[in-house]
Ligand binder design. Sequence first.
Ligand code: HEC
Length: 103
Amino acid sequence: MQEPTGPEREISGAKIFAQNCARCHGLDGKGLSEVAGVRDLTDPGFMSTISDERMRRSIRGGRPPTMPSFPHFSEPTLKVLVAYVRALSQPELQLPPPPPPGP
Ligand code: HEC
């Protein structure tokens, strides 16, 4: 994968998610049961129906009545966040590093 350049290199998707989204979506993205109608962001079936463009719109504009809008997110922040959320439903994007070569 290409190293990100520019300001987004300084931004952590995990941190933005933990600070702004986890109170409803959970740190793992599955969604807390006490949040009515929350979406499971780790569900590949659901997430495959949502384009990056729609995700940006949903985050920027919110999803009434429950999900608040985040109109203050900068372009690089959105980019990193969308990539992070995307990876939640694509375990192949977050494989652990391969084990060290054996003896
Ligand atoms: C107050 C609770 C709450 C917070 C905070 C919240 N969400 Fe949501 N989110 C929801 C609910 C509820 C839904 C389902 C709403 C719907 O489908 O209309 C949802 C839906 C979504 C969807 C699917 C949207 C779509 O287009 O169908 C995405 C993606 C998402 N949230 C990402 C995020 C991200 C990223 C953040 C943090 C920046 C966040 N959410 C913060 C409650 C929340």
